[in-house]
Write a protein that binds this ligand. Structure first.
Ligand SMILES: *Cc1c(COP(=O)(O)O)cnc(C)c1O
Ligand code: SF4
Length: 337
């Protein structure tokens, strides 16, 4: 019975997302006209989308709340800036089969949905044409052939969109398919859903992941310690109890988490929830995200202080993804990036 309640609960949250800028600003008691008109304009390009549970983590009345800044459409997104383009990672070219990206030797990225629970304004996928590009059930055989022709692949990464917007039934179906291939040892799930709707970590999902033959890694995406309230942390720490490794990736964003103090606090909070910091991404130069960009100098300054303040295991790797490279590119000490 508990499980049924929870299941309904995350799904009903998914079907009750906030998409109206006026409603969001109303809830946060921010009835500022230029915020609203900017949000309405910018949301025409990339819609506002945010779960109510995430909005509850924001501070009412604070137009500069670090969680709000990540999701509120802003008129600055409409500015053109040199070097900020629609496909900064060149993913359209790397696309071999529907839903598949094989850029990194041993790892194979599978996109099963283009949908996310939240729209992050800085996301490089804001212009990516996912909808035309999802695998259907009958594409499994082609994907299987591809995997078998590439025995060096031992890890499948479910990415998106956000794979945890899918039902447990659909996830189970794909995990079962992947499990039939002996070469696949590791299943990685990249998701922001547990941060914005913690109830997504329901009993059925936990049992699906803990009973798999595959070694499971969940990589969540949290940028600020205020995202990690007690419920979120307790849901995520359940996974660790079942030998599921939980890692975090964050994006360094101007106005959101651009201080060593915030990043240090984020690492400590993650550790309390049995999550290890994995990557700290430098912003992808995607059109519409220029106002989140920090210069090289500022990034180096922040990261130097982070290094000095944390034990090595709590320091996320500072990286950038460069189109055409064979891995994420480590950045510390590099003077121009
Ligand atoms: C980031 C990424 C991966 C995973 O890389 P790791 O360094 O192993 O985390 C795999 N495929 C693509 C396309 C990626 O962008
Ligand atoms: S892919 Fe991740 S970062 Fe991008 S909008 Fe979806 S949840 Fe946000």
């Amino acid at each position: 019975m508990t499980y049924l309640y929870q299941e309904q609960n995350w799904q009903s949250q998914m079907s009750d997302l906030i998409t109206s800028p006026a409603e969001l600003l109303n809830i946060l008691e921010l009835s500022v006209d230029d915020l609203l008109s900017g949000a309405l304009l910018a949301s025409e390009q990339f819609k506002l989308r945010v779960p109510r549970a995430f909005v509850r983590k924001m501070q009412v009345g604070n137009a500069f709340d670090p969680l709000l800044l990540q999701i509120l459409p802003h008129h600055l997104e409409l500015e053109e800036h040199q070097g900020f383009i629609t496909d900064p990672l060149g993913e359209e070219q790397a696309n071999q089969l529907p839903g598949v990206l094989h850029k990194y030797k041993s790892r194979f990225l599978l996109t099963l949905t283009g949908a996310c629970a939240v729209h992050c304004r800085y996301c490089f996928r804001r212009h990516f044409p996912y909808q035309e590009n999802l695998p259907k059930s009958e594409d499994w055989l082609k994907i299987k052939d591809y995997l078998e022709a590439h025995p060096e692949i031992n890890e499948v990464i479910l990415s998106g969109g956000d794979p945890l917007t899918l039902s447990n039934r659909k996830l189970a179906l794909w995990i079962e398919r992947l499990t039939t291939l002996n070469q696949i040892k590791i299943l990685r799930i990249h998701s922001r859903v547990p941060i914005v709707i913690p109830e997504r970590i329901d009993e059925e999902l936990v049992s699906l992941l803990k009973n798999s033959r595959l070694r499971v890694i969940l990589v969540v995406h949290s940028n600020h310690p205020a995202e990690l309230d007690d419920l979120t942390c307790s849901k995520l720490s359940q996974l660790a109890k079942h030998n599921i490794l939980v890692l975090n990736q964050a994006v360094l964003l101007k106005g959101v988490n651009d201080s060593a103090q915030i990043l240090v606090e984020l690492s400590h909070r993650l550790f309390e929830a049995q999550i290890l910091p994995y990557y700290l991404h430098v912003l992808d130069k995607v059109k519409g995200a220029h106002h989140f960009d920090l210069g090289t100098e500022k990034i180096n300054e922040i990261y130097t202080e982070v290094l000095a303040s944390l034990p090595g295991y709590l320091v996320p790797k500072l990286v950038r993804e460069i189109a055409g490279e064979n891995n994420k590119t480590p950045l510390f000490g590099v003077t121009t990036f």
